[in-house]
Design a protein around this ligand. Sequence first.
Ligand SMILES: [Fe+2]
Length: 182
Amino acid sequence: MAVVTNTSDNTKFTDEAEIRSCLSSFNIDYERWTPAHPLAEDASAEEVLHAYSKEIDALKSRGGYVTADVIDVNPATPGLEAMLSKFASEHWHDEDEVRFVIAGRGIFHIHGEAGVVAIEVGPGDLIRVPKGTMHWFNLCDDRRIRAIRLFQDVSGWTPHYSDSKVDQGYQPVCLGQSYYQT
Ligand SMILES: [Fe+2]
């Protein structure tokens, strides 16, 4: 389950209904895909897409998404830090950013009229960041994520940077297991 932090008052949400309620005020959709389909750690992109084909098709028809692929990174991925730095500064896209996490964790920061909310996502979490929404993304310290991405138009998924530097005021600290142990 995701961990959502409303940074204006540091309120945290780990309950699905509460997460959805908090994120709706930022116009962010959140859902869980359960049950998860078993996949090997080294499953290919084709195997991942096949395992979740039913869920992907349902989402495509709901959101007008035409293609799906799998992003799979780990600390050994060549050029990883350069790739991550492209998304760690505040930006927006001309189409929705839709991610379903299979493995690993990361943090989306969403900058809306109500302030900034941090969404730590993990396996089973689906997030939809509507086009035009200011946001940035970081991986957790283990630098691992495997996620399904859906696109309305692949060419539309280019970052446009705000150059606001708002992102520099927020530490991308993953709470993960340590948060649940407290
Ligand atoms: Fe993005």
